[in-house]
Structure formats: C-alpha cells, structure tokens
Design a protein around this ligand. Sequence first.
Ligand SMILES: Nc1nc2c(ncn2[C@@H]2O[C@H](COP(=O)(O)OP(=O)(O)OP(=O)(O)O)[C@@H](O)[C@H]2O)c(=O)[nH]1
Ligand SMILES: [Mg+2]
Length: 321
Amino acid sequence: MLFENQHPHNKSIMIAVLGKPNVGKSSFINHLMGFDLSIVSSKPQTTRNHFHCNFTIDRTEVVLVDTPGVHATNQELNKRMNGQAQMGAEGVDINFVLVDLKTDMVAEFKEFLRNFDAPLSRTWIIFTKADLIDREAIDLSETVEEMKKLCPTIEKYFMISTVDGHNIHALTGAIQDAAKSAPHLYPNGDASNKNERFFATEYIREQAFRLLKEELPYEIAVVIDEYKDIRKKEPEVTEAHISASILVNRPSQRAIVVGRGGSIIKEIGTNARKKIEAMIGGKVHLNLHVKVSPKWFNNNFVLDEIGLPRSQKSTRVWRKK
Ligand SMILES: Nc1nc2c(ncn2[C@@H]2O[C@H](COP(=O)(O)OP(=O)(O)OP(=O)(O)O)[C@@H](O)[C@H]2O)c(=O)[nH]1
Ligand SMILES: [Mg+2]
C-alpha cells in the first residue's frame, strides 16, 4: 500500500526564518500559515524558542522554523535564545534572513551575522514591512550586492509585506520550486513539532508582552504547573484545565503583573484563554498565578523547563549542589 506521505509527487522543504529581533519573522510565518500560531508583539525578543511551523501547498510540505531574533548579549537567557536561532538553522534546506526595510539594512545584516556566529548555507534575503516604504522608489540591488560581500551564499531576495500581502504569492511560488521530491516529515499534517502545552505558555506570555510596559516582559517567564487534557479520558469532551505560573524577578513586579484589583492578570488570562480555546477547539479553564523567582533568567532549571538548553556560549548557570 502506498502511504500518502510517500506519494511520488510529494515535495518537502525546511526553511530557517532568521534575523534580528522585531524584523517580522513570526508575523511572516503566521501570514504563510494562515493563522496566528507563533506569538507576535511590537517589542523585540518576543520569540524565545525555535520550533517548526508546517503547512502544505498542493503536495509540497513547507516546514518554517521560527527562531528568536539574534542580538548582542551577556545574559544567560539571551545567550540561550541566540543558541536557539543557531540550532533552528541546523540541517535546513534554505535560510531566510529577514531584514526590516526601515532600517540601515546592510549594517543590520552585518550585526546579525556577527551575533549569529555560524556559517550560513543557501540564503535568501527577505526584506520586510514593504507597506511602510515607497516601493516604487526603492532599488535593492546595490544593497544586496553589499550583503553578498558579507555572505556569498545569498541566492535570491524578495521584498514583502505581511500587512498588504505584497509579493507573498511570488515568494510562496519560489518556495514550491525550491522544494525537493521527498516524503513528508509530518505525514499526519501536524502544524508544529511543539505541543499544545508549549503554545499555551506562549499565548500567556504573548499577552504579558502586549500588556506590560518597558523591561517587565523581559523579566517574565511562564511555566505550566498542571495541564489536564480532558480528551485523554473522555474523547468526546474537548476541554483543558490549565494552571500556569507567571514568574517574575522581583516582588515589586508581582504587584504590577497582578494589577489593581487583579485587573492586569485577569486581562492576560482572558485574552490567553480565548486563544488557547481557538487552538484546541474547545473550552479552557485557565488558572494563573504570579510567583517571584529571583533571577530565573540565570537559573538552569527554569531555563530547561522553558525549553532553552545550554548554548555554546552559556557561562553562568545555577546548579543544584
Ligand atoms: N507595518 C508592518 N509591520 C509588520 C510587518 N511584519 C511584522 N510587523 C510588525 O513588526 C513587529 C514585530 O513582529 P514579529 O513578527 O513579532 O517580529 P519577530 O522578528 O518575530 O520578533 P522577535 O520574535 O522579537 O525576534 C510587530 O509589531 C508586527 O506587527 C509588516 O509587514 N508590516
Ligand atoms: Mg518572533
């Protein structure tokens, strides 16, 4: 019997979506996926882990690897985030390096390469946020020639916008053309290699990024204390009971996250619950707590728990004696 994922017309391609923070990597992935799988915010360093986001066009499977924005840092959390970007690019067919058109593009690309600190195989440059510039007036060929001097593996470039959809069809067509004949990596059509539990933490953290100001989002982590998937015992009931902790660094931050009369944590909870309900297609009971966990961002156990293993550059780590 011929399995569907081994059909001779099947094609597959894996692409690492890389770049500096806030250039629009997760927005680009969500736009291609057709729904908001990955979390997005107006603040840099929103994405912390690398993970697969999968969809198919006809018989072509496209695996996009979302990655944290690469940046200069001395903090353990951030070193591990940069490590996640490097790991996300391992073994892929092509790297997409996203560059924001509103920035000093060559300088930004140079800084990305310095902090990424690993050789890039086949690379396409994706210039983002084309809705914010005068597209008719811009000629990117010189910019790309400068970039090629820094990275000779650059093959192509595209200018896109996820706001007005500019060039998205041309880019997806090029992705299909670049895909090779191969069985699908995700024969069951899974949208990701991460589970609902992971995305539940992401959707809670996304709200924290949106609702909290200044440095606070960077000093927050979300861990699941309990995730009861009712479907496992009663397949006809699509329901989840989730208890999660929002970790903060200092006691004063606890009060801010809770808000006056619990208003902020309530808003985080309501918004996150709606998104988790949309993901599982059923009811969610979400219980949030705020816990003070001093310097969790240097704590090996917390970093492991949130899926950030040591990177090559890791130094300061707390270990159990
Ligand atoms: N105008 C405009 N804004 C965009 C576009 N794409 C993304 N953005 C905005 O750019 C900001 C950052 O988007 P993200 O998708 O979170 O960026 P990212 O590269 O994943 O960021 P990190 O995860 O922090 O590295 C958000 O406010 C988006 O709404 C675009 O095509 N046009
Ligand atoms: Mg992101």
